[in-house]
Design a protein around this ligand. Structure first.
Ligand code: ADP
Ligand code: MG
Length: 287
């Protein structure tokens, strides 16, 4: 039977905007060793703003239009930001096919012509090896079947409470806070330094994230549980693999909210140490 105190704990978490889907997760939370975070939408807001447009052939507006059309069917935070920057309605009848290339970008057929938008991995898969990559920003490269067209430089903002979230975990006795991301090394490095993470891994494909999480779970298991916190876009398998999967409720996909054990309704990563503290207190009362 479930001790009465657990109901109190789940209720207390709920009053703080944290949905805990079962009292067993409170027990698991009380002995957390490592927290793994996804970057985009979890530690950062996921609302990218366009900082630079570098087009080789088209003028700025035409280039932005092509990028927005290439992204027309994607729900990725990068895609939403590019469509926002374009700012005009998209005539989807011009897009006859669209394909998401997980962890790399998108391919769309626009006016009968294939257009690719995504990162360096996507460009290399097209046989394009030469493109600028100096800035420490997220770059969305654009190419057609024949050639490289240029890039849009975008940048995301670290969430206001991200540094406090990491500090809060440390104060709650969590040994290690790690970030996994598909974004560039330079971008990841900046986030890791700013919020004081213990470790990070960048330029990962969704499959790499699962592998790394598994490695962490298997080698650190003896010391305690592993939490994964994500938004469900390209990271749902990791969410399912962790001892405790936490989804951001606001930005997160419906599938992520469904798959998660715990949902942070207002997307604040600092709520994690709040719920760990509630779990510890609940356990003390229950014993
Ligand atoms: P993360 O959440 O760790 O940033 P994702 O796996 O969602 O990683 O994406 C990894 C990388 O793949 C992004 O940083 C971006 O370079 C590229 N990417 C993914 N989806 C898109 C998209 N719709 N348009 C352009 N690039 C994309
Ligand atoms: Mg993601």
């Amino acid at each position: 039977s479930v001790p009465l105190a657990f109901f109190g704990g789940v209720g207390g978490a709920s009053r703080c905007g944290i949905l805990v889907k079962g009292s067993n997760y409170l027990e698991a939370l009380a002995s957390v060793d490592t927290v793994i975070f996804d970057k985009t939408g979890t530690l950062t807001t996921g609302t990218f703003s366009v900082t630079d447009v570098h087009s080789l052939k088209l003028d700025r507006d035409q280039f932005l239009e092509l990028a927005a059309y290439a992204e027309s069917y994607s729900d990725h935070p990068i895609s939403l930001s590019i469509k926002e920057a374009f700012g005009k309605p998209i005539d989807k009848s011009r897009v006859s096919d669209a394909e998401e290339i997980s962890g790399k970008g998108v391919k769309s057929i626009i006016d009968g012509k294939a257009i690719y938008a995504g990162n360096s991995k996507l460009m290399r898969s097209l046989g394009i090896d030469e493109f600028p990559e100096t800035e420490s920003a997220t770059l969305v490269h654009l190419a057609d079947e024949k050639e490289y067209l240029g890039y849009i430089s975008i940048s995301d903002t670290i969430k206001k409470d991200a540094a406090a979230a990491i500090q809060g975990l440390k104060d709650a006795g969590v040994r290690s806070a790690v970030m996994l991301t598909g974004d560039r090394l330079a971008v990841a490095q900046k986030v890791a330094d700013t919020i004081n993470l213990d470790a990070f891994h960048a330029e990962l494909l969704p499959g790499d994230k699962v592998e790394l999480a598994e490695e962490i779970i298997e080698t650190k298991k003896a010391k305690g549980n592993v939490i994964f916190v994500g938004d469900g876009i390209n990271d749902a398998p990791v969410l399912a693999r962790a001892d405790i999967g936490v989804a951001m409720g606001g930005l997160g996909s419906e599938a992520a909210i469904e798959a998660a054990d715990i949902v942070i309704m207002d997307d604040q990563p600092s709520k994690l140490s709040v719920v760990i503290k509630i779990a510890r207190k609940t356990l003390t009362i229950a014993k």
